[in-house]
Design a protein around this ligand. Structure first.
Ligand code: ADP
Ligand code: ASP
Ligand code: MG
Length: 424
């Protein structure tokens, strides 16, 4: 008998009909003789709607209460899914993250899983029940509070369950056929990848491809969990996310140079104008930014103007970190000696990812050429071993992704299918 972990995303359980459809799939897996553990997301856009509601009540968020609120979304879907499975004549039991033993640190809104103690899940499995676990949530022993794992975190719940229960398969069911060369909602001709290395998936997820939560990919890599990302709307094979180092000998797969193109509209650019060009200036600025826990991504420093001995330093951070970074810098304007601050929330980031970039020449030239031909201006550039990212205007980043996708011969023969979801 195999143990299969399945995760169903919000768009797969958006309404009563979808929940019944998913219940049927789960029952089929159970009937095939497998133990089944399911991690489920909140229905449709519930999490966004709860966040909007909180915002309406007050724009100043209390992180503990926000987690109490958001975790309620998954409680609804888990109970309904268990009911639907029972209605099909199979035993099923739902568990909150805390009942499932999903132990996290106490960082509200972005908690990390530190331990999984699935005692009650094992008992329920032994009794023959299908186990349904609320995704995205955990419990901190330290603060004794409910936590959430960050947006998209149900993927991480599934992977952590698969690792803790030593599952044979971890399937991530979503509203597209797998991992594509780009977001099919943006690049119509994106094509599905049959396989992708976890290293490339990590870069894509970190660069805005929300099909998998970045921490789910990290967790899977660390614990040797192979993921199968697939559609809950058909039975097609999806994408296997694997670690080449763990492949059985002789099973080497030929890598393509580019795995995909990701787009990220969730960052802002902050420019510190007129910084005295002296040793230690950057150190001071970024020490202050680091003090706010803002997650700095790209940095560009201009050449200083000879006449003034001053320079501009620009950097990007997630939108949610932007305000506090600006406030902290403003408060230190006198000691830092800069002239002014600029805040730009109209930027987009495009990233090109591929493991074989390490040894391929001319990739950046081809990228810049494609952007030039599409008439798109590049504002910032950064590279890692297997990724090149550029910042453009927000309203041209999607066109940039399409142009780059075509330039790297990634276009498929047909348009990609998106089965559900609002893309929110
Ligand atoms: P779920 O609710 O199932 O977790 P998400 O909305 O979190 O689904 O993730 C699936 C969505 O991710 C797709 O509908 C697609 O728009 C988006 N996406 C972004 N980049 C990619 C990519 N490279 N491959 C597939 N989907 C992607
Ligand atoms: N419901 C949560 C969210 O919308 C978690 C998830 O769907 O993975 O972010
Ligand atoms: Mg998701």
């Amino acid at each position: 008998m195999s143990l299969i972990v399945q995760k169903y995303g919000g768009s797969s359980v958006a309404d009563a009909e979808s929940i019944k459809r998913v219940a049927k799939r789960i029952v089929e897996t159970r009937k095939a003789g497998n133990d089944v553990v399911v991690a489920v997301s909140a229905m449709g856009d519930t999490t966004d709607e709860l966040m909007d509601l909180a915002d309406e009540v007050t724009p100043i968020q209390a992180p503990r209460e926000l987690d109490m609120l958001l975790s309620s979304g998954e409680r609804i879907s888990m109970a309904l899914l268990a009911m639907a499975i029972k209605a099909l004549g199979h035993d099923a039991r739902s568990f909150t993250g805390s009942q499932a033993g999903m132990i996290t640190d106490s960082t509200h809104g972005a908690a990390r899983i530190v331990d999984v103690t699935p005692v009650r899940l094992r008992e329920a499995l032994d009794e023959g029940a299908v186990v349904i676990v609320a995704g995205f949530q955990g419990f901190s022993r330290e603060s004794r509070d409910i936590t959430t794992l960050g947006r998209g975190g149900s993927d991480t719940t599934a992977v952590a369950l698969a690792a803790a229960l030593d599952a044979d398969v971890c399937e991530i069911y979503t509203d597209v056929d797998g991992v594509f060369t780009s977001d099919p909602r943006v690049v119509k001709r994106a094509h599905k990848l049959d396989r992708i290395t976890s290293e490339e998936m990590l870069e894509l997820a970190g660069s805005g491809a929300k099909v998998l939560h970045i921490r789910a990919v990290e967790y899977a890599r660390r614990h040797g969990v192979t993921l199968h990302v697939r559609s809950s709307f058909n039975n097609s094979e999806g994408t296997i996310v694997y670690d080449p180092e763990r492949l059985p000998e002789g099973e080497a797969v030929e890598e393509s140079v580019i795995a995909g193109v990701a787009v990220d509209l969730s960052q802002v650019k902050i420019t510190v104008v007129g910084v005295p060009d002296v040793p230690g200036a950057a150190a001071k600025i970024f020490k202050i930014v680091a003090g706010t826990n803002a997650n700095v991504d790209m940095i560009v420093q201009n050449v200083s103007a000879a006449a003034t001995g001053r320079t501009d330093i620009s950097f990007t951070v997630p939108k949610s970190d932007g305000e506090k970074a600006v406030q902290a810098l403003s408060a230190a304007q006198e000691t830092l000696g800069f002239q002014s601050l600029q805040y730009d929330d109209q930027i987009g980031k495009l990233s090109l990812v591929g493991a074989a970039m390490r040894s391929a020449a001319g990739i950046s030239a081809r990228l810049f050429e494609a952007l030039y031909e599409a008439g798109i201006n590049i504002e910032m550039i950064s590279t890692s071993e297997i990724r090149i990212s550029v910042v453009t205007r927000a309203d041209s980043v999607n066109a940039a992704a399409r142009a780059v996708h075509t330039a790297f011969d990634l276009d498929g023969d047909d348009d990609a299918v998106v089965y559900a979801g609002t893309g929110r």
